[in-house]
Write a protein that binds this ligand. Structure first.
Ligand code: ZN
Length: 225
């Protein structure tokens, strides 16, 4: 009886895209196996799924798929599970004493919904107010990409980006807004191609209404070059 209840609860968590923790739920033995060992195991698992679906894996077009998918999982779309891939925290002194907020908008997000393993595609917008430390602009793209390359829920991705930048920049004054399409919503289930999901995390001074408003107004700028 209890098992049935739990099953329904887990189904409901997944169907409703509810995240259960701020950090990515990892097993304690997550990095015991090498990347090559993981690819080897996942390759067999993908083959098993395809064969179960009735596909003929001797067909030239399908032959390479299990290995290709396994490599893509481990090295690309879930590569951000590996802490060694975390962008190095090189920061600089704010020598020019720029004291206003810095906004980097329209950072492309490619992630994967952890409830359906389907793509999440969208844009992230980040802002921070330096308290003496600055980061290279591309570092923000790299941080977004690192956390995006995990099975994710969008809320957690937003929070993880902010927490990482708060640590790197040694300030609470960091904000992130993500606007993204979830293919599990757009291409299956309810099949609503138009809907997108917006999440935000405002730290420190971005909790003030005026500061938050300024950030959101910059995001709306229709930048053309
Ligand atoms: Zn989903």
């Amino acid at each position: 009886m209890k098992i049935d209840n739990n099953f329904e609860e887990f189904e409901s968590i997944g169907n409703n895209h509810i995240g259960t923790s701020e950090s990515t739920p990892l097993r304690h033995d997550a990095f015991k196996l090498s990347k090559e060992e993981k690819i080897d195991i996942i390759k067999d698992d993908v083959r098993h799924i395809m064969e179960t679906l009735g596909l003929d894996l001797t067909d030239d077009s399908l032959k390479g798929t299990p290995n290709r998918v396994a490599k893509m999982f481990v090295k690309e779309i879930f590569g951000g599970l590996d802490p060694e891939k975390k962008p190095s925290a090189s920061t600089f002194e704010n020598k020019y004493k720029y004291g206003e907020m810095l906004v980097e908008k329209n950072i492309t997000v490619y992630s994967t919904c952890e409830h359906h393993l389907l793509p999440i595609v969208g844009k992230a917008h980040i802002a921070y107010i330096s308290n003496g430390t600055v980061v290279g602009l591309s570092k923000m793209n790299r941080i977004v990409d690192y956390f995006a390359k995990r099975p994710q829920v969008q809320e957690r991705l937003t929070i993880q980006i902010v927490r990482e930048l708060q640590e790197v920049l040694n300030t609470k004054d960091v904000a992130c807004v993500i606007d993204a399409k979830h293919l599990c919503v757009n291409s299956r289930g309810i099949r609503d191609i138009e809907s997108s999901t917006v999440t935000s995390e405002f730290g420190g001074r971005f909790k003030d209404k005026a500061t938050r408003r300024e950030f959101l107004d910059y995001i709306k700028l229709d930048t053309k070059f």
